[in-house]
Design a protein around this ligand. Structure first.
Ligand code: MLC
Ligand code: 5AD
Length: 751
């Protein structure tokens, strides 16, 4: 019999004790109001109306002048609480910038042109996961990923097609790219150059935020140190050559999507920004050469007041801390400009039209918080990529707010609200404590190496799931007011992408490029890239004693080197980063039992009883491998399910990210699991799950139950069952319910 394979067992870390105070008696409530309130409340007390947020900030039923300790000042002036510009939307509204990309460059180009003709104001490119991770479309590891979660780009020829007919000197373009940032930014520069637009004229943003990749988003390629060197080289290059271009988009959005509350999101993001400023200074740049072109990125969820306050607090924190630490001369270095995206995680598969309402409320929070640029999600978010219809509605949501509501007529209308000023100050002081904690660890790069930020976010995510499963946090249509008549939801169309066709097209274009270019020229520049990478490892600085990596990538792109080749030239020197991982325990069960109704606690007892019965029958506890396949790095779901199942009493193995089906089958056999749970968020399941089942058969493990969870369109359920899946769990599945279902199925399996 196979014994535990230590390679896939994940060390567990007990959840930190809750910081939020449970007693509200210390929260000061205006005494005169308390008297008035007491008459209406009868048996309850005024303190019973205090609500404790996930951040551990008490929201009081009423605020007065006594709660306001800070004057927010004027918009456009230090500390910029009220906005980075004096006139804000009264002079120039935020940019309507929808994130999009799918299939081929041709199809995405047509989509962009149509969006621009219908009211969209800026572009934002979503690349597929193969591109993110630096693989060409013909690489065997990315079979299920090409063209699925974004557009496939292998070379400058694809990039030219992507922007064909779009004036790059007029339309600002954001590119969400972090791992393969060198080839992608280089190809963008060359594509513009070959269409007659000099890089000096390019306005836009490259995400280029690697720290949060190591923390939550997971599309890194290289280890942390060379990854930071790449970023410093991009700062140096853009500062010298691209004055209108934002060299980074420092993102809290992905932290929120991974489960961070508002304070964690603001704190870790500002701490990242401080670390990037330091990296620039170590590379010989000044704060004023880089910080004016730093930009930020927030996620905006359903906690309306909190999100507005977060944006105001973050602007104040940035201005104050940059002033204090780096003393810039240019006041633009102190100005936090931001993009926002409404929360994908807050949207539900059940009753998807409710998502239009959620997105509208979130968009209003982003606007009232003073965003510079905004993406509003489509209502089919939890089901698949947006269709033409759903993206039109998402865009119109912004157009309606911008053009029909008159909300743009006043700058920061919340200023002076007792509640908003108090909440802004609360977030500021709580976030500052966490920033100081990160700084005391030596800054974000070092803090990340300790695992602290990642674990805090995962713990916050697990607690959130427990509150939802226990129906303490209400989600309409999911844990309250669920529609019993499923058909009443209406069928929602999904965008289906023919992954095989896209891949074949890309492979053909790749071989055409490779046969028509000057191979010796390509090889020469790739050799120089590898040489520069070696020099990075020796600690040499760009511009002084080694070549700038982005300048070299631009030359390589001109010579028609591909994304995969440029990446390989560097990977040969630095290697590919494989993260160590840990799992939170205790957070789920403690939050769940603390906040549950009796019936829900009984359900937990039932799960435990079934696990005991299983253990008696088989001699060991039920064991599950939670697996991620393909280049899909979204692991919030996988982590939360793993933590939850472990707390319920399962033996849990968490597979590494980016596995092939054969690798998962091997791990499953080595760990001798009863169940393989596949988590899929990036549409790879159609290709990868049937392959996994075939691989399990090959290694004689057909007895193992295979279940799949995540973003799986209803239309794909039959395909999953036909392939041999035992269960499909959509978003919104409660963990104890899934556990009971699996334990029931295990009764019929001879283990
Ligand atoms: C603005 N301007 C004004 C003004 N308001 N001028 C006078 N009066 C006012 N009231 C000027 C600005 O100074 C600027 O000029 C120009 O108008 C444009 O304004 P902006 O505020 O800079 O807006 P924009 O160009 O849209 O830039 C916004 C940004 C930028 C700074 C936040 O970084 C950006 O667009 N980010 C988008 C990031 C993004 O889309 N990410 C998607 C991630 S999706 P000048 O001359 O100063 O430039 C993702 C999902 C995933 O990541 O895959 O995981
Ligand atoms: N097109 C449009 N939106 C996308 N998102 C991700 N990929 C795409 C795409 N290709 C959005 C979703 C998701 C978030 C990361 O960005 O809202 O939750």
């Amino acid at each position: 019999m196979h014994r535990l394979s230590s390679a896939v067992r994940v060390p567990r870390v007990a959840a930190a004790s809750r910081s939020a105070a449970r007693s509200f008696s210390s929260v000061p409530i205006d005494p005169s109001w308390s008297k008035l309130a007491q008459e209406e409340l009868k048996t309850k007390k005024p303190e019973d109306l205090v609500w404790m947020s996930a951040e551990g900030i008490p929201l009081k039923p009423v605020y007065t002048a006594a709660d306001v300790k800070t004057d927010p000042g004027l918009p456009g002036a230090f500390p910029f609480t009220r906005g980075p510009y004096a006139t804000m939307y009264t002079n120039s509204p935020w940019t309507i910038r929808q994130y999009a990309g799918f299939s081929t460059a041709e199809e995405s180009n047509a989509f962009y042109r149509q969006a621009l003709s219908r009211g969209q104001q800026g572009l934002s490119v979503a690349f597929d996961l193969a591109t993110h991770r630096g693989y060409d479309s013909d690489h065997p590891r990315v079979k299920g990923d090409v063209g699925m979660a974004g557009v496939a780009v292998d070379s400058v020829e694809d990039m030219k097609v992507l922007f064909n007919g779009i004036p790059l000197d007029k339309v600002s373009v954001s590119m969400t790219m972090n791992g393969a940032v060198l080839p992608i930014l280089a190809m963008y520069i060359v594509a513009a150059e070959e269409s007659g637009v000099d890089q000096k004229k390019l306005s836009g943003t490259i995400q280029n935020d690697i720290l949060k990749e190591f923390m939550v988003r997971n599309t890194f390629i290289f280890p942390p140190e060379p990854s930071m060197a790449i970023i410093a080289d991009i700062f140096g290059y853009t500062a010298a050559n691209m004055p209108r271009f934002n060299s980074i988009s420092i993102s809290g959005y992905h932290m929120q999507e991974a489960g961070a509350d508002a304070v964690l999101e603001a704190a870790f993001t500002i701490a990242d920004g401080i670390e990037y400023t330091r990296a620039a200074i170590s590379a010989g740049l000044t704060v004023d050469q880089v910080a004016p072109r730093f930009s930020f990125f927030w996620g905006i969820g359903m906690n309306f007041y909190m999100e507005i306050a977060k944006m105001r607090a973050a602007r104040r924190l940035w201005a104050t801390l940059i002033q204090e630490k780096f003393n810039p001369k240019d006041s633009r270095s102190l100005r936090l400009r931001t993009h926002c995206q409404t929360s994908g995680w807050s949207l539900t598969e059940q009753e998807p039209y409710n998502n239009i309402i959620r997105t509208t409320i979130e968009a209003m929070a982003a606007v009232l918080g003073g965003t510079q640029s905004l993406h509003t999600n489509s209502f089919d978010e939890a089901i698949g990529l947006p269709t033409e219809f759903s993206s039109r509605l998402a865009r119109n949501t912004q157009l309606i707010i911008q053009e029909e509501t008159q909300m743009t007529r006043v700058v920061d209308p919340w200023a002076g609200s007792y509640m908003m000023e108090s909440l802004t100050a609360d977030i500021e002081s709580k976030a500052l404590k966490i920033i100081e904690e990160v700084e005391s660890l030596g800054g974000m790069a070092k803090a990340l190496a300790t695992g602290m930020p990642k674990l805090r976010i995962e713990e916050s995510a697990t607690r959130k799931q427990a509150r939802i499963d226990a129906a303490k946090d209400v989600i309409v249509g999911v844990n309250r007011y669920a529609n019993k008549n499923k058909n009443a939801d209406g069928d929602v169309d999904v965008l289906v992408i023919d992954n095989t066709k896209v891949r074949e097209g890309q492979v053909a274009r790749l071989s055409q490029i490779k046969s028509s270019r000057d191979q010796s020229k390509v090889q020469a520049v790739l050799n120089r890239l590898s040489e520069a990478a070696r020099n990075v490892s020796k600690g040499l600085t760009a511009g002084k004693n080694r070549e700038n990596l982005l300048a070299l990538a631009v030359e390589a792109s001109r010579a028609r080197a591909t994304v995969g080749e440029i990446t390989s030239a560097l990977e040969g020197v630095w290697g590919r980063h494989a993260p160590a991982d840990r799992l939170v325990t205790g957070a789920y069960s403690s939050e769940y039992t603390r906040s549950s109704e009796d019936s829900e606690v009984k359900e937990l007892d039932l799960v435990k009883h079934e696990i005991d019965a299983f253990t008696q029958r088989t001699g060991r506890r039920p064991r599950i491998l939670v697996a991620k396949m393909g280049q899909d790095g979204h692991d919030r779901g996988a982590k939360v399910v793993a933590s939850g199942f472990a707390d319920l009493g399962f033996d849990v193995d968490v597979g590494p990210l980016f596995q092939t089906p054969a690798e998962v089958a091997k791990q499953a056999v080595e760990a001798d699991v009863h169940i393989v749970g596949v988590s899929s968020q990036a549409a790879g399941h159609r290709t990868l799950v049937p392959e996994l089942i075939a691989e399990l058969k090959k290694v004689g493990a057909q007895h193992m139950l295979v279940v799949v969870g995540g973003v799986i369109p209803r239309q794909d359920y039959d395909m999953m069952f036909d392939a041999g899946c035992s269960a499909v769990f959509g978003p919104g599945t409660r963990i104890p319910a899934a556990a009971l279902q699996l334990l029931e199925k295990l009764k019929n399996v001879d283990v």
